[in-house]
Design a protein around this ligand. Structure first.
Ligand code: 13P
Length: 287
């Protein structure tokens, strides 16, 4: 059964580790992430962007697939199904479809509008037991075709949004989606410290988990980050493993590639990436 991310994140915040959010794009990715979480006895959050939601035939299909896998693969660790960078409409659609957690990303809106919309969703989510992530200060890089530059959130704005009663808060601290440029300045720990001082024990979320050096990840966790999102690294691992398989020419003697075999190396590569991240984030054995 899917669970809200609230309890797993409160435990992570108190225990000074982070739960990984791994974005899913198809059945193979989902299965790889769930099996790895179960093997490592780690709680896990499956992230779905609106674009990936469309690709996988819509939110109801995803809820059905994930619930079916939890049952048929015998998954016992806590699993939250979470909308990643949702619009207001997308958030409502995911709640209706049965997601256990949502992110409303109003960071690109005027602050008052972000506040008002987040407030409406806090009330809805409270009633339904769905966890809610809000965002202040846009995360840079590219997400579903939208490109932005890294920002540092205003700690006062973080406080105002946090005081609405959100489950978790994504605050920009110079992090970027995708690969980090050579000249990236690193995470702004001054911003993280200032945000933390204004938001108490609310679990903080670090987006752009691909390519942040391990020491910065560990420091961020020690300062209140309890959820870390990873997407690009799984995509790169999947791409590289699939490319190698095709280059080796393992088709069925000219009859073409067997899709089950073709996707298997990528699925294994995702397992290895997820394992590495769960070990780094400290969530192994915490289910
Ligand atoms: P990366 O693609 O950089 O891993 O970031 C993922 C993310 O933050 C999704 O919200």
């Amino acid at each position: 059964m899917l669970v809200s991310a609230k309890e797993m994140l409160e435990k992570a915040e108190a225990g000074k580790y982070a739960v990984g959010q791994f974005n899913i794009n198809n059945l193979e990715w989902t299965k790889s992430i769930l099996l790895t979480a179960e093997e490592l006895k780690s709680p896990v959050i499956l992230g779905v962007s609106e674009g990936a939601g469309k690709y996988m035939c819509g939110y109801k299909t995803i809820v059905g697939m994930v619930n079916g896998m939890i049952d048929e693969l015998g998954i016992t660790v806590p699993v939250a199904l979470h909308l990643d960078h949702g619009t207001f409409e997308g958030a409502k659609a995911c709640i209706n479809a049965g997601f256990s957690s949502i992110m409303f990303d109003g960071s690109h809106l005027p602050f008052e509008e972000n506040l008002e919309k987040t407030k409406v969703l806090v009330n809805t989510c409270d009633v339904l037991g769905v966890s809610l992530e809000a965002e202040v200060g846009a995360i840079g890089g590219e997400e579903d075709g939208v490109v932005g530059t890294g920002e540092c959130a205003d700690p006062e704005e973080c406080k105002t949004i946090n005081d609405l009663g959100v489950t978790m808060l994504a605050a920009g601290i110079g992090n970027i989606h995708g690969k980090y440029p050579e000249n990236w300045a690193g995470l702004s720990f001054e911003t993280l410290e200032a945000v933390r001082a204004k938001t108490g024990n609310t679990p903080l979320v670090l987006h752009g988990g691909t390519g942040i050096p391990a020491d910065q990840i560990k420091k961020a966790i020690s300062m209140g980050v309890a959820k870390i999102n990873v997407n690009t690294e799984c995509q790169l691992a999947f791409q590289e493993a699939t490319r190698k398989y095709i280059e080796e020419g393992k088709d069925l003697e000219g009859k073409g590639f067997d899709p089950r075999k073709l996707l298997a190396p990528g699925a294994e590569a995702i397992k290895a990436t997820v394992k590495e991240k769960m070990e780094l984030f400290g969530s192994v054995g915490k289910a």
